[in-house]
Design a protein around this ligand. Structure first.
Ligand code: NAD
Length: 264
């Protein structure tokens, strides 16, 4: 029997088969969860429908998280389709491309607002709106963060600030929903070549460096993230909430970034 048998999971943030959310959805399916998906806009609809179908789901709904009416419509749709929900996967982030050039000091007011709205506030709004569907279900909510929340990663800029806010949001939300028996956690993933990642200036260099100096000396995969997500959303993690789990092959534990043989 799969670890998520009998659980209903809403997956946001699938754009294609490289998306971290796709890695999570695949792992959830393997573990017996029923899946529903959202997509951000019309352009993504057919691709996400196709991906959902491949994972045994016909449930696909448009939800641009910058629009309150989309989030309300999502809740109404899910209430009709399922009437209940066990798992919410929030795998969404966005900042205008210009914000990844230069430094944080160059951030525009509008760029800051957009980054915070889509990458952080959306977790609060989705959680609040979908909460009634989780009643009596011991729900699990997960989001995706990155090491740039903790330390300076050149060019990550306002997204680093947004991820720091996201991690704080995880803790506050975890406190808020604990009274209903639900949990909220984040996975801080190492770099993965996805659409979102390519907006970041110099991403390929960042990826090369991170891969070379992490203790395992290899890149993480969306399957690595998927398996940790299974754990977090399964009953095995019933006492884990407000946590940020690094899935980065140990990059974050390093103090000196060089492999042994290089610094001899
Ligand atoms: P991705 O481009 O595949 O996914 C990002 C998703 O966000 C897309 O599906 C996009 O449609 C969605 N999105 C953007 N604006 C939206 C909006 N207004 N409404 C609804 N959806 C919207 O890239 P990814 O790397 O899989 O990103 C998923 C999450 O993982 C993000 O939070 C990202 O910051 C985080 N993350 C990525 C990496 C990495 O290296 N790729 C590392 C750590 C964390």
């Amino acid at each position: 029997m799969g670890l998520l048998e009998g659980k209903k999971a809403l997956i946001t943030g699938v754009a294609n088969e490289k998306s971290i959310a796709y890695g999570i959805a695949k792992a959830f399916r393997r573990e017996g969860a029923e899946l529903a998906f959202t997509y951000a806009n019309e352009k993504l609809r057919d691709r996400v429908k196709e991906i959902a179908k491949g994972l045994g789901s016909e449930l696909v709904f448009e939800c641009d998280v910058s629009k309150d009416e989309h989030i309300t419509a999502l809740k109404d749709w899910l209430s009709r389709e399922w009437g209940q929900l066990d798992i919410l996967v929030h795998s969404i982030a966005y900042a205008p491309k210009e914000e990844f050039k230069g430094g944080l000091i160059d951030t525009s007011r509008e760029g800051f607002r957009i980054a915070m709205d889509i990458s952080v506030y959306s977790l609060i709004a989705l959680t609040r709106e979908l909460l009634p569907l989780m009643e009596g279900r011991q729900g699990s909510i997960i989001t995706l963060s990155y090491y740039g929340a903790e330390k300076v990663v050149p060019h990550y800029n306002v997204m680093g600030v947004a991820k720091a806010a996201l991690e704080a949001t995880v803790r506050y939300l975890a406190y808020d929903v604990a009274k209903y028996g639900h949990r909220v956690n984040a996975i801080s993933a190492g770099p993965v070549k996805t659409l979102a990642a390519y907006s970041i200036t110099g991403f390929h260099l960042l990826m090369e460096h991170t891969t070379k100096v992490n203790p395992f000396g290899k890149a993480i995969t969306i399957e690595d993230v998927g398996d940790t997500a299974v754990y977090l959303c399964s009953d095995w993690a019933r006492a884990v909430t407000g946590e940020v789990i690094h899935v980065d092959n140990g990059y974050h534990i390093m103090g000196v970034f060089g492999r042994e043989e290089e610094i001899k």
